[in-house]
Design a protein. Structure first.
Length: 210
């Protein structure tokens, strides 16, 4: 298997993983909210809270718990891995795990929406022949890095821009001064030369006179 095939296979795997995560979270939320609404309806019809809970109870109730546990475990794992990588000095690995942690937390916060969106992107990317470098995770990572670089450059220019302008102004004024000095020095030197020539001519005249 070539490097491209392995990379594409990774994109397929990421797509399936994100889709499952998103679907599990979305399904768990749907079952949970539907059960709560049904229980409220039974209570409104005159059933006790205990009877209403029994009426809506089913094996599907385990799914919301599984989705919540999965979200917490994923977030906690990547948080710990990010700290471990930072301690080892692997800052790229720490940043990668921190992004994965944010993705896991975002999937829970969006009720599975983020996971489903990332899964759709990854599956389409893999179907188009793309690899891991163009999957959703790395695209988000690249966008964040570009944004960080832009913010860093902007902050640097705001802090140092005035100094650069002052230095440029000082440099140009210094050049003018040196130019003025050099231009002022040339007439002086030519004057000295002409003066020396006059004296030489005078001496020569005296010599020829003798």
């Amino acid at each position: 298997m070539s490097e491209t095939d392995e990379s594409s296979g990774g994109s397929w795997f990421d797509g399936i993983e994100h889709t499952v995560d998103g679907a599990l979270e979305a399904t768990g939320h749907f079952i949970e909210s539907t059960g709560e609404e049904a229980a409220s309806a039974f209570e409104a019809a005159g059933a006790t809270a205990e009877d209403a809970a029994k009426l809506v109870a089913s094996d599907a109730d385990v799914i919301p718990g599984i989705s919540e546990v999965a979200g917490v475990l994923q977030t906690g794992y990547h948080a710990g891995a990010a700290i471990g990588s930072a301690i080892e000095g692997d800052w790229d690995g720490a940043a990668d795990h921190a992004l994965s942690m944010a993705e896991a937390a975002g999937n829970v916060a969006t009720l599975g929406g983020l996971g489903l969106a990332e899964g759709a992107w990854d599956l389409a990317n893999a179907a188009d022949g793309g690899g891991e470098s163009t999957d959703a995770h790395h695209e988000i990572q690249g966008a964040l890095q570009s944004a960080g670089n832009w913010l860093g450059d902007t902050a640097y220019n705001l802090i140092n821009g005035g100094d650069d302008s002052s230095a440029g102004a000082a440099g140009s004024s210094g050049d003018d001064g040196s130019s003025a000095s050099s231009s002022g020095g040339d007439p002086g030197s030519s004057g000295d030369d002409s003066g020396a020539y006059d004296y030489a001519g005078a001496d020569g005249g005296d010599g020829s006179g003798e």
